[in-house]
Design a protein. Structure first.
Length: 97
């Protein structure tokens, strides 16, 4: 099982939103179907970064599709690590320019 590389959180401008997604991967096992519309609305209203929005909505869609908690968590961790790596590369490219 992959783990989220927390060392890269400092390079992400939407730090609190990334933390929200990390928290979602930890608690999603206990979220009930009735909670999904509220969570979906929260994600759509708060996540301006299209990549974070996509990751958040994927978590919700996976839950709707009854994908296991472990699978949801692993996919979200992978996507968040990819996102943070991308942001790190962008930051490094700006510094080199």
């Amino acid at each position: 099982m992959s783990k989220i590389d927390l060392s890269k959180l400092s390079i992400v401008s939407d730090f609190n939103l990334v933390n929200s997604l990390i928290a979602m991967t930890k608690v999603y096992e206990t979220i009930e179907d009735k909670d999904i519309p509220r969570i979906e609305e929260y994600i759509q209203n708060k996540f301006v970064d299209k990549d974070l929005l996509k990751i958040g909505m994927q978590i919700v869609n996976d839950k709707k599709n009854k994908i296991s908690h472990i699978e949801i968590k692993e996919k979200a961790e992978f996507e968040l690590n990819e996102y943070m790596d991308r942001k790190d590369r962008e930051r490094q490219a700006k510094q080199e320019a």
